[in-house]
Design a protein around this ligand. Structure first.
Ligand code: AMP
Length: 277
């Protein structure tokens, strides 16, 4: 496994690669969800590049950029085991040198849900991913279904700006009780960790109601909301049923739809979703 810390080093490694290159962008503190992306990239490409970069521009001023969990040594060991070919781990200064002033803004699909709750978040994500795509020049880039809106934004951006790569979405990896794996789960204390299962319970309820024939999106949102409100540590940010591609809120469910939510458990904001199809 080779490690590139600068853009020049990464470009030099890329110059010698032939065959298909798969990129897995991450912010590190890796778990089985990240490793599922690496495994799929490995199965579908000659070379796998994993980037580790806690991107400051996608965090709001009151968010957890400084305290975001980091453990590079552990990450490198995990990636070595997965037979990653190249790890790209640039510094903040390398990615955002003094004078940096160009941004990528994806409209519409970023307006609601995470975009509404976290102003500027997707501008940071779109900008850093554009930079990573330009530096690594992958044939495919892998994103988790866990961050469904992020994957939708990537697909829109790549289509709109004629970027020469395919965005691949990988299913969400969960703990045995359904909680979606996330680097931020580490912030939860034992009581909160137990309460955090309410996200998956609400999404499972949505799926059950829909499978039983309920097509009225409002009724499903209401049932999900009621269930979450029974959990005293949980505070709802949003509960949503949208078109899975445009992320426009639905009145009546026509396939495929995305049931998604953001819930604070204590101080920890968690997101999750399931596709209804
Ligand atoms: P992050 O390090 O949180 O920016 O995540 C890097 C990538 O891993 C993103 O594409 C995420 O959607 C994906 N990811 C994070 N958690 C999971 C999970 N539990 N299952 C599948 N993919 C995930």
């Amino acid at each position: 496994m080779q490690v590139a810390k600068t853009i020049a080093e990464m470009r030099e490694l890329r110059r010698h690669l032939s065959g298909s290159v798969g990129l897995v962008p991450t912010m590190g503190y890796l778990h089985k969800g990240h490793l599922a992306l690496v495994k799929q990239a490995s199965a579908e490409n000659s070379t796998v590049v994993v980037s580790i970069f806690v991107n400051p521009t996608q965090f709001g001023p009151s968010e957890d950029f400084r305290t975001y969990p980091r453990d590079l040594n552990r990450d490198l060991k995990l990636l070595e085991k997965e037979k990653t070919d190249i790890v790209f781990m640039p510094s903040d200064e390398e990615m955002y040198p003094p004078g940096f002033s160009s941004w990528v803004d994806v409209e519409k699909v970023t307006e609601r849900l995470e975009g509404e709750s976290r102003p500027g978040h997707f501008r940071g994500v779109a900008t850093v991913c554009t930079k990573l795509f330009n530096i690594v020049q992958p044939n495919k880039a892998y994103f988790g279904q866990k961050d469904a809106q992020q994957a939708a934004v990537m697909k829109r951006m790549v289509a709109d700006l004629n970027m020469n790569l395919k965005i691949v979405t990988v299913p969400t990896v969960r703990e045995s009780d359904g909680l979606a794996m996330s680097s931020r789960n580490t912030y939860l204390n034992a009581e909160e960790r137990q309460a955090a299962t309410v996200l998956f319970r609400a999404l499972s309820l949505a799926r059950q109601l829909w499978q039983d024939g309920e097509k009225d999106a409002d009724k499903i949102r209401q049932q999900m909301t009621l269930l979450i409100k029974k959990e005293s540590l949980a505070q709802i940010d949003y509960v949503s049923i949208t078109d899975a591609d445009t992320l426009e809120e639905l009145k009546t469910i026509s396939c495929p739809a995305l049931a998604s939510l953001a819930v604070k458990i204590g101080k920890v904001r968690l997101i999750d979703n399931v596709i209804l199809e």
